[in-house]
Design a protein. Structure first.
Length: 411
């Protein structure tokens, strides 16, 4: 036994000493790697309309080449040309023509006047009005999303691709409530944009705006996301805008707002400007809204939304104090549509909705958007307060009728 111990002692001591020397010379061997693993997800649609890809759902995904980890790094990319090359082919220029028929004086309709002056031989007075905008090819089938105000009332729509091809487009459907429209072009080998989950976009993220400002041709500008969830701008009925300082000018409407990887996060739609040019305050419709609107229009010819049949506003502490209300949170009903779902459920003007299907109405705008996503015929349970007393009613979601937009956005 002593011989065995003596035999093992010196090799063991020598091994330990050798290990200590190696660790002293190469200390990095004891450090753990802190480099994040790049990951990205992709979802394929089965709705008959197939956007190129959809990033952001790790449970239904396949890996790709760019990373989504937002760990701060010491240096950023020196160029975004890879993002532009990826997205720009799917951004199109849109040219519209409208025939304007001018009103004539009633005297020209008098039979004596027409016979005396030979007015029947005179041509009708009309003129052509041209306009321009941008659009995004969302699927290889040729579905193009743009702003409704870009093509509204147009008699002819021409779509021009980055590769030099152009063709006439037909309108599949429009949605004034979000200021979106879906066009269809019939061409082969169409590029399609890659969709990103816009809800993952953060303030401070780098974004690029691609469009056709002032008709000079496809142009790329750079900025950051200045804010998300912008609303109460009176641009459209449903507002959840991404705000950016990337230069957006007339002609950019309907164009793409992409992230640093070349994926679509928004459809450029409006600017705040006193001069008509860019002043660093632009707004884009999130890509997820654009996707949902497109799929609904392609399937139904219009967007089908759930509806409670109320006009409402978020309850503020000032309003609560003015009405002498103890409850400081909820949605204040300011109007009820006759024979609408809320009216049939017994809700009244002045009621305060506190919950819808268990969802708190503290964030009133988001709750009403969730109602819009519900299907007509779906039952909901509504908790409300009336004259300080709690009441619970059941209602059946209706289909939202078409309303005129409250304001026309600036191009």
């Amino acid at each position: 036994m002593k011989k065995l111990t003596k035999f093992l002692t010196w090799p063991t001591i020598s091994g330990v000493l050798l290990a200590l020397v190696i660790l002293q010379q190469f200390p990095e061997l004891t450090r753990k790697s802190t480099t994040p693993t790049p990951h990205l997800t992709q979802v394929d649609y089965s709705d008959g309309v197939t956007p190129a890809s959809y990033t952001g759902d790790s449970s239904r995904a396949s890996s790709t080449n760019h990373k989504t980890d937002k760990t701060p790094t010491l240096s950023g990319p020196v160029s975004y040309n890879h993002a532009v090359k990826k997205a720009a082919p799917a951004v199109v220029n849109i040219y519209t023509t409208k025939i304007i028929r001018e009103h004539r004086h009633p005297i020209f309709d008098d039979p004596f006047f027409r016979d005396f002056f030979g007015y029947d031989q005179m041509p009708n007075h009309q003129r052509m009005q041209s306009s321009l905008g941008s659009g995004v090819i969302m699927s290889p089938e040729g579905y193009v999303v743009t702003n409704n105000h870009v093509i509204q009332g147009a008699d002819e729509i021409i779509v021009a691709l980055q590769d030099g091809r152009d063709t006439r487009a037909r309108v599949i459907g429009t949605d004034p409530d979000t200021d979106l429209a879906v066009l269809k072009i019939d061409m082969k080998d169409l590029p399609a944009i890659t969709l990103a989950r816009s809800r993952n976009a953060d303030i401070g993220d780098v974004v690029l705006a691609i469009g056709n400002p002032f008709g000079v041709g496809q142009t790329v500008t750079m900025g950051i996301i200045s804010a998300t969830g912008r609303n109460k701008l009176r641009l459209s009925t449903y507002e959840d805008f991404i705000q950016t300082d990337a230069a957006i000018n007339p002609g950019n409407s309907g164009g793409a707002l992409i992230n640093a990887y070349g994926d679509l996060i928004g459809i450029n739609t409006a600017i705040f400007s006193k001069s008509g040019g860019s002043q660093g305050i632009g707004f884009a419709i999130p890509s997820e809204i654009a996707r949902d609107v497109m799929l609904s229009i392609v399937k139904h010819g219009k967007v089908i939304r759930g509806w409670l049949g109320i006009e409402a506003q978020s309850l503020t502490p000032e309003l609560a104090d003015a009405f002498g209300l103890k409850n400081k949170e909820g949605i204040l009903i300011t109007g009820v549509y006759r024979n609408g779902p809320a009216h049939q459920a017994g809700l009244q003007r002045g009621d305060i909705i506190t919950e819808i299907n268990g969802m708190s109405t503290k964030a009133g705008r988001k709750v009403m958007q969730q109602v819009a996503l519900m299907q007509p015929g779906e039952q909901v349970v509504i908790e409300a307060v009336r004259n300080g007393q709690k009441l619970v009613v059941e209602s059946v979601i209706g289909q939202r009728p078409s309303f005129k937009p409250r304001a026309k956005p600036r191009r």
